[in-house]
Design a protein around this ligand. Structure first.
Ligand code: AMP
Ligand code: TRP
Length: 329
């Protein structure tokens, strides 16, 4: 039986956070055996917010190296850079023509990001149609992402269904795949917001490439509350988030963790958590250093990845063009 297909992507718009790791990257690895996986570095998405070109170049190779350091295997999965496969942008254009403007304007991420800039560029609005193209281009069955991407996934499904009913059955309608624990890791300083690499407050996130000492310090500085009891409730959002992180690294359930820390203060809990995170990230951080310095290897991986992706993408795009009435090349 043919394997089902998985597609996901991460933007090289900065250095990856613990949120990206728990919500997305760490789950990519385990899917490689059972599924036919494509993992992309979505640089075309990143530029919907201005990126300093030299930073974008660096961040793209950093994300690629983190993919590999986390355990993505180019022998098993197709690992590539979005801009190397022009079919993404081509399909994105076609999908724009069947996507209502109002639907794009109602996207939470669009509203958030556009409220932060004076001049809103069209790329920000059209971000979700490009994301739909990423997914639909490969006839993907599943998309592992954090919960913040749910709305974009629903839009992708709408677009696929709209195309299928307008032009006849063409696209697989994909499903979201979110982790049971850790689908939304919150800021360490303002736990009502998600942990984000674009935050101004460096203490609010842990970067995968932070040093071990920085990691420990940030966990110890994390905002909690004055209740003083380790409990997993919405009344203690800071602590709840830390327990979630603890749970995703250890596999223990929040209930088990709460029990382990009965009558034990926040200080000890945070010390333990800091060590768990530092230990948990150590292999990845070590491998990152080795991989990142091997330019030739990185180039080989992304070139071969683009070739494989492009082969698959061309097949779908040809079908789409034909159905829409374009003259075959
Ligand atoms: P981005 O950095 O926006 O490209 O996100 C890449 C992936 O990480 C997506 O699957 C997001 O849903 C996921 N992600 C980003 N931030 C978080 C977070 N704070 N908690 C859980 N998942 C996240
Ligand atoms: N929008 C996603 C994010 O910010 C990144 C992304 C772009 C993506 N294209 C994708 C994720 C396709 C999954 C599948 O997290």
């Amino acid at each position: 039986m043919e394997k089902k297909r998985v597609f996901s992507g991460i933007q090289p718009s900065g250095s990856l956070t613990l949120g990206n790791y728990i919500g997305a990257l760490s789950n990519f690895v385990g899917l490689q055996e059972e599924y036919d996986c494509l993992y992309c570095i979505v640089d075309l998405h990143a530029i919907t917010v201005f990126q300093e070109p030299k930073d974008l170049r660096k961040n793209t190779l950093d994300v690629l190296s983190l993919y590999l350091a986390a355990g993505l295997d180019p022998e098993k999965s197709t690992i590539f850079i979005q801009s190397h496969v022009p079919q993404h942008a081509e399909l994105g254009w076609c999908l724009n023509t069947i996507t209502p403007l109002g639907q794009l304007q109602r996207m939470t991420q669009f509203k958030d990001k556009s409220s932060k800039t004076k001049e809103v560029d069209a790329g920000l609005l059209n971000y979700p149609t490009l994301m739909a193209a990423d997914i639909l281009l490969y006839q993907s069955d599943f998309v592992p992402v954090g919960i913040d991407q749910k709305q974009h996934l629903e839009l992708t499904r709408d677009i696929a269904q709209r195309f299928n009913s307008k032009y006849s059955d063409t696209f697989v309608v994909p499903e979201i795949m979110t982790p049971k624990v850790g689908a939304k890791i919150m800021s360490l300083q303002e736990p009502e917001y998600k942990m984000s690499k674009s935050s101004d407050n460096k203490d609010s996130y842990i970067l995968l490439l932070d040093s071990e000492d920085e990691t420990r310090k940030k966990i110890k500085k994390a905002v909690t509350d004055s209740i003083g009891v380790v409990n997993y409730t919405d009344d203690q959002p800071g602590l709840k988030n830390l327990i979630t992180i603890y749970s995703s690294f250890t596999g223990k359930t929040p209930e088990e963790i709460v029990k382990d820390y009965e009558n034990i203060g926040y200080g000890v809990f945070k010390d333990d958590l800091a060590e768990i995170v530092v230990e948990g990230l150590r292999p990845l951080r070590t491998r990152f250093e080795e991989i990142r310095s091997d330019k030739e290897y990185l180039e080989k991986v992304y070139k071969e990845g683009a070739q494989k992706a492009s082969y698959l993408g061309t097949k779908t795009l040809r079908k789409v063009h034909k159905k829409m009435g374009f003259i075959a090349r």
